[in-house]
Design a protein around this ligand. Structure first.
Ligand SMILES: Nc1ncnc2c1ncn2[C@@H]1O[C@H](COP(=O)(O)OP(=O)(O)OP(=O)(O)O)[C@@H](O)[C@H]1O
Ligand SMILES: [Mg+2]
Length: 532
């Protein structure tokens, strides 16, 4: 008799076939259940304790999942999903998880009945194409020049958030900030880099109403010397990424000093070098010099004597923002500065003290394409949550600038797609018909969850909604009004989601579900360092 061949290490744990699939489905459902209550305008917050003892309070799907510690590989991959959604469109991170959890959960009976996952996956893929087709039909164009209408869409997104009370203010801030950082490009999508150029500065204290988007920047810095000017109108600004001090050689240098007077010569040379650097700067008559590196005492002396204010040790990212706000170019060598490198677009440089700290304001900028958003508010936790809300809002505005189409919210789009799929499934005669129909029902999870979260009767409201959609395509925009959990016309209620967010949600959810269904083996090598 042959000895059994051991391929896998005996220490490895392995789940195979149906067991693996059912395990994955259970894990995905568990993740979806965690954040189910945070969907919609009646959503609950979660409070999460991190290992360091800090707390996070949020209802943002991605943030919740990022903070919790899970061990099942499928659950981990679900969490990755909401991160992708967050990076791609910034909103819909809760929906994507709930939807893919539901898509997997409706696949469970098929797997149990030994239907091959490939058939289910095939159906899901077909669904994806059809859903996008229906979404294209449901979508409406949005006139971006109509600010009120644009803000309405942002309002729907932020209406589900903690900051809903200050909705208008936060919507407006999100809109203004994205508008500033948008660079239009002919024939191509605009360049919108929120992460780099719209910086949120949170300063605890004050009232939320004091928050605003600056037409310019705010940097947590003070001038290097008390004698320098702290307020300059229309400053000429030079940005550097080199130090204004004597550069030490990189490799080891030996100096042999034979005479005592040579010491003085060496020091004199260092001083001359710094003086020459400063002269190169002073001849351009700047009012403000900012550098990413250090500025020696001597350089400060020369510059302040020339009436120049100096800020040192700026972050690279801050320097980039200043460049975009003021029109200055960051230079590396003072001797090569030209007039074109000097920034003149800033209207006012001012240093103000807020609380215990000094802040540099560079405001009233002309044609700025970078901005700071100043957030004030009661506590750090509140500010953090408002920052996350604002980021969601900015994500929505950005999506709209990329693709100004909107679809009705409150589950109306999902219902319309579900209904369309049901109709379509009647034309399908092979094995995939059943899983196809199952997806159509799975999409109802969004309106159902919205109803459940406001304590409504989901069966009654959903049946009514289904009947409404069945009456004809003119009722496609009927969904759930999320504050009362009743059926309503989303056009009247003014509840809109962006096309990009919704299509990304559906695409990502289906892709993730099919990916997890395709897995039929989970091998985990139990790595135990003690055995090595
Ligand atoms: N007033 C409302 N009535 C009904 N539904 C609403 C309303 N406002 C928003 N919705 C719906 O709520 C859903 C969005 O909920 P929510 O913002 O909590 O989650 P998300 O966008 O998926 O995730 P996150 O914002 O956490 O990234 C969308 O389907 C949207 O259409
Ligand atoms: Mg949202």
């Amino acid at each position: 008799m042959k000895a059994p061949v051991l391929v896998l290490n005996t220490e490895t744990k392995r789940e195979h076939g149906r067991k693996a699939q059912l395990g994955n489905i259970a894990a995905a459902k568990a993740v979806a259940d965690i954040i189910r209550t945070t969907l919609g305008p009646r959503s609950m917050l979660k409070m999460i304790l991190d290992p360091m003892g800090g707390i996070v309070m949020t209802n943002d799907g991605n943030t919740i999942l990022r903070e919790i510690d899970v061990s099942h590989p499928a659950a981990k991959s679900m969490i990755e999903l909401s991160r992708t959604q967050d990076e791609e469109v910034g909103d819909g991170t809760t929906s994507v998880i709930i939807l893919s959890g539901e898509l997997l959960s409706v696949a469970e009976p098929f797997i149990q009945r030994n239907i091959h996952p490939r058939i289910i996956v095939g159906a899901y893929m077909k669904v994806m194409d059809k859903s996008l087709e229906i979404m294209n039909e449901v979508a409406r164009p949005l006139d971006l020049n109509n600010v009120e209408q644009t803000l309405n869409v942002v309002r729907t997104c932020l209406g589900t958030k903690f900051c809903a009370r200050y909705g208008d203010l936060v919507c407006r801030m999100a809109y203004d900030a994205v508008k500033i950082v948008t660079i239009k490009r002919d024939g191509r999508d605009p360049d919108i880099n929120i992460k780099e150029y719209a910086k949120v500065e949170k300063i605890p204290g004050g009232m939320l109403e004091d928050s605003k988007v600056l037409n310019g920047l705010l940097i947590n810095k003070d001038v290097t010397h008390a004698g320098m000017r702290r307020r300059i109108e229309n400053p000429r600004i030079i940005l550097l990424d080199c130090g204004l001090e004597y550069k030490k050689a990189e490799s080891q240098t030996n100096l042999e000093v034979k005479k005592e007077s040579d010491w003085n010569t060496i020091l004199q040379m260092e001083e001359d070098f710094v003086e020459a650097l400063c002269k190169d700067i002073i001849k351009h008559k700047p009012d403000l010099v900012m550098t990413e590196k250090g500025v020696s005492d001597l350089a400060q002396h020369y510059l302040s004597k020339a009436g120049i204010s100096v800020l040192r040790r700026l972050r690279k990212t801050d320097n980039n923002r200043v460049a975009r706000a003021t029109g200055a170019t960051i230079t590396n060598t003072p001797s090569e500065i030209t007039e074109a490198d000097v920034g003149t677009n800033c209207g006012l440089f001012e240093i103000k003290k807020i609380g215990d700290e000094y802040f540099t304001y560079l405001v009233d900028c002309k044609d700025a394409t970078a901005c700071s958003i100043l957030l004030r508010g009661g506590s750090k936790d509140v500010l953090n949550e408002i920052e996350r809300n604002l980021k969601d809002g900015m994500g929505v505005v950005r999506s709209l600038f990329y693709d100004p189409r909107i679809v009705p919210g409150g589950g109306a789009t999902e219902m319309a797609i579900g209904y369309g799929l049901m109709q379509e499934s009647k034309t399908i005669s092979d094995m995939i018909q059943l899983p196809y129909q199952a997806v159509a029902e799975a999409l109802e999870v969004i309106p159902r969850t919205l109803i459940e979260n406001c304590g409504g009767n989901s069966i009654r409201a959903l049946t009514a909604l289904r009947a409404k959609h069945a009456e004809g395509p003119e009722n496609r925009h009927w969904g759930i009004e999320g504050t009362q959990g009743k059926m309503a016309d989303m056009v009247e209620a003014n509840i809109w989601d962006t096309f990009l967010t919704k299509s990304q949600t559906i695409k990502t959810a289906i892709e993730a579900a099919t990916m997890l269904l395709r897995i039929d083996d989970i091998v985990s090598g139990l790595h135990n360092p003690a055995n090595k």
